[in-house]
Design a protein around this ligand. Sequence first.
Ligand code: 9WN
Length: 459
Amino acid sequence: MSDPTLAVNTDMSADLWNSAAHVLDSNWSHDHTVPSRRLYPHQWSWDAAFIAIGLAYVNPTRAWRDLRSLFEAQWPDGRVPHIVFDPRTAEGDYFPGPGFWDAPAYGNRPARGSTGLVQPPLHAVAAWEVYRRAASHGTACAHEAGEQLAWLYPRLVAQQEYLTGRRDASGDGLASIVHPWESGLDNSPSWDAAMSAVPADMTLLDRYQRRDLEVADAAHRPTDTDYARYLGLVVNYRDGGYADTDLVHRHAFVVECPSFNSILAAAELALVHIAGVVGADPEVHRERARRISTAISEHLFDPATRTFRSRDVRTRTLSPARCINGLMPLLLPGLPAEQAAAIMAEAVSPRFGLPEQTGLPAPSHDRTAPDFDTLRYWRGPIWINVNWLLRRGMLAHGYHGEAEDLRMAMMRLVHQSGHFEYFHPDTGEGIGAPAFSWTAALSLDLLADRSVPAYARAA
Ligand code: 9WN
């Protein structure tokens, strides 16, 4: 448990800033940043967005380079792959690696250069944040950053069109994910109900060796049964040529996630601003943001419990699990006030017990649920990236006090425990990979925030 009365003082801030900048610097690899040297030695999609937001403060050239490296690997259909493989990294250093995914060649990209899955499309938000930071440094910087935005804009639009088009499996105006890995919240209980219908072919684990268990503790990672299901879903999607037609009948996991879709809508809102800079029509983005937001409110909200849940498109049922992804629609400024209030009630309840109760940021799963697990991936531990998003949502809805408490709780936690991948939800101990890039990147953004005079409260 962290001490909520402990203020973040100037020395702590300097330490946190320097250590964060050091993590980002040491995780830079040629033309991108790895999430973690040992566990994740390639480029990940939504990591790249969080990382760019932090790099904007210490190395804007790398922030743009990172985003460009990712979008240079965009598929012709607009999908941005969830992992871009580094050809300098050996096949055996990450599983499932390039050979398992067996992605086709396209454009000037060789075969096996990426996966065929996606991750939450946070990149427009990131690009806008990097631009804003550069523009605050004067006209010359704004001009240069504007050129980067102009390069990215059509690619960001193509990503949105892929997700709102081919991935609208239900026809209700929401993007579906076809694998838990696409959510970024991989092992969340939010997928348990839908995953229980996915066949677990255990022979896949005889044929393919898990590598995560060699570099991480088995008590933190998905079980073998879950892993067999993960692999089976990849094999099915891959063997269908990564096509998205008729997914509901051809694929065993088709789910609408409230977090993924909230980020999708937030991306459209960022594109409204980006379109303004690059001379494109912002109206199409405003309209798409409105449509996605309305669909989230209508289809992913459970009026009985007043919570947002993921929806299994094949059965048209909402998951019973109350997870951190249900808090993410707060990112939508147009969310009806009563739904925003319901999210805040859930966030401050004993289920997610924000700083006032625990001194800690929100855990990834409902603390009161019988399957709350303090160690296992996305089933209880605290992650900085989703708390960073939650704080943005609070600011969007005017919950300034709560947002500031959450900001301080995140900075305190990372300062005390280090730039870990995730944190024990009771003790705050750092777990998973150390020197984790998005924890470092977002710490820089939290520190740089001057919206509340935090340092005036220094001890
Ligand atoms: C699979 C890289 C990624 C994050 C995800 C996180 C984890 C990979 C894994 O690491 O996923 O993509 O091997 O478990 O769940 O959010 O992008 O940091």
